[in-house]
Design a protein around this ligand. Structure first.
Ligand code: NDP
Ligand code: HSE
Length: 432
């Protein structure tokens, strides 16, 4: 390709993702030279600790103490924000950079979910890119697929496994039986988890990503405040094992749907049948399924976290900017994005998985079944284990389809029973 003046980059954040971006831009230099109208050149970098070894060469790059200063330098065209956090330095930097007429590339889904609309307005006002392929599902090009590839469609739903850490935890627990805390520590070591892993395991990171996807899919402003969020913190190795014996696997899903009344956005762990394609999305992999009126159903999967895949997505955005391909942030001008209306409250129905721990008492199982039946909840499968050291009896069951209100009412009554040795646990079952 023709070589013009370099596209000069200022990179803020040199951790898992930032370090990998520097490494990728060096090792893939030849490929990128072929594919970019302008060579990519890192002019300056910033992080918290200048003395820390980064495992990559920073030769020829100026070290900048205050990351926000990158926004005001005349020798930088693109600010690459890889610090993280919805507010604070990351947001100050991105806002200042756009105000100063620089392009911004970021992997920061927390910031975009909260401030994406304001930043998109700024970017469009200045005719600059606010690019964020890396913010959703690591290396998977889902932003481009949905925003550009499906641009001619009315999209009805987006469903995904959107958090690599949670999927790694759930699938490793299923394969090895290792306890939750140990597998989370592994995911942190591998660079998958957020600085505060509570964002991963309590579902917030999935919610941030779902907010971004819903905005693109449905043409609305990011509406993070209206998402219902449950995480996986309370799931135990025994649930993962029981789910498998019952023919399921447990996944943390983000599900966004639109109908005439509005939009529903939910994050929750659920059982999916072992025969469904999404149940085989293992480890750090993510998968996103969306359906549009012309394109039909699309599923795309790949590595959802980690330095390499995420750096690949950051670099893809840089290539677009170097080639002058600037997209509107959420697929249409920010001024045209509608306010997201929450879907009318609907009587929810579903299939459910329940875990009980009962005292070893004659008739306990029969009494439990009677309460469920009284509320119209019919048992589909039941596994009773003889494994508790306390002498209590673990019981795992799935139900036929029933109203969620009936399920909750039955559980409230069961919880008052003296047969229960511990609070019950409820998960939805989703059939794909
Ligand atoms: P890390 O914690 O590994 O890296 C964060 C970097 O930011 C560090 O280099 C740190 O400096 C620097 N930093 C922190 N505070 C400041 C500050 N006040 N001023 C300047 N630099 C600062 O995080 P990740 O690389 O994992 O994540 C970065 C972003 O990418 C986040 O938004 C995250 O959500 C997102 N992301 C992460 C993915 C992953 O797999 N890890 C995947 C997709 C997105 P120092 O090193 O000196 O401490
Ligand atoms: N912590 C995130 C995850 C990083 O595990 O999916 C990728 O966004």
């Amino acid at each position: 390709m023709m070589t013009e003046s370099p596209l000069r980059l200022g990179i803020a954040g040199l951790g898992t993702v930032g370090g990998s971006v520097v490494e990728l831009l060096q090792s893939q230099k030849e490929i990128l030279r072929q594919r970019c109208a302008r060579p990519l050149e890192i002019r300056a970098v910033s992080a918290r600790d200048a003395r820390r070894s980064r495992g990559v060469s920073l030769q020829g790059m100026e070290w900048v103490e205050d990351a926000v200063a990158l926004a005001h330098r005349d020798d930088i065209d693109v600010v690459v924000e890889l610090i993280g956090g919805a507010d604070g330095v990351a947001f100050d930097l991105c806002r200042s950079a756009l105000e100063a007429g620089k392009h911004v590339v970021t992997a920061n889904k927390a910031m975009l979910a909260r401030h994406g609309f304001e930043l998109a307005q700024l970017a469009e006002h200045r005719n600059r890119a606010l690019a964020f392929e890396a913010a959703v599902a690591g290396g998977i090009p889902i932003v481009k697929a949905l925003r550009e590839g499906a641009a001619a469609n009315s999209v009805e739903s987006v469903t995904g496994i959107l958090n690599g850490t949670c999927n790694y935890i759930l699938t490793t627990m299923a394969k090895t039986g290792a306890p939750f805390a140990d597998v989370l520590a592994e995911a942190q070591q591998l660079g998958y988890a957020e600085a505060d892993p509570g964002f991963d395991i309590d579902g917030w990171d999935t919610a941030h990503k779902l907010t971004i996807l819903a905005s693109i899919a449905f043409g609305v402003r990011p509406a993070f405040q209206s998402i219902s969020v449950e995480g996986i913190r309370f799931i135990r190795a025994e649930d993962v094992r029981a789910a498998s014996e019952l023919g399921f696997t447990i996944k943390l899903l983000g599900v966004a749907r639109m109908d005439r009344s509005g939009i529903s956005q939910r994050v929750y762990p659920c059982l999916v049948p072992l025969r469904s394609p999404i149940s085989h999305v293992d480890g750090v992999h993510n998968a996103i399924e969306f359906s549009g009126d012309y394109i039909g159903q699309v599923m795309i999967q790949g590595r959802g976290a980690g330095g390499g895949p995420t750096a690949s997505a950051v670099a893809a955005d840089l290539v677009d900017i170097a080639n002058g391909r600037l997209s509107t942030t959420f697929g249409q001008p920010a001024t045209a994005l509608a306010e997201a209306r929450p879907m009318d409250g609907q009587a929810s129905e579903g299939h459910y998985y329940l875990r009980f721990l009962l005292h070893e008492q004659t008739g306990a199982v029969a009494r439990l079944a009677a309460v469920l039946s009284k509320h119209g909840v019919s048992i589909r499968t039941l596994v009773q284990k003889d494994e508790s050291q306390s002498g209590d009896v673990p019981l795992y069951l799935t139900t036929h389809r029933c109203a969620e209100s009936a399920m909750r009412a039955a559980l409230a009554e069961v919880q008052a029973s003296s047969d229960l040795a511990a609070p019950p646990m409820l998960l939805r079952i989703e059939y794909f």
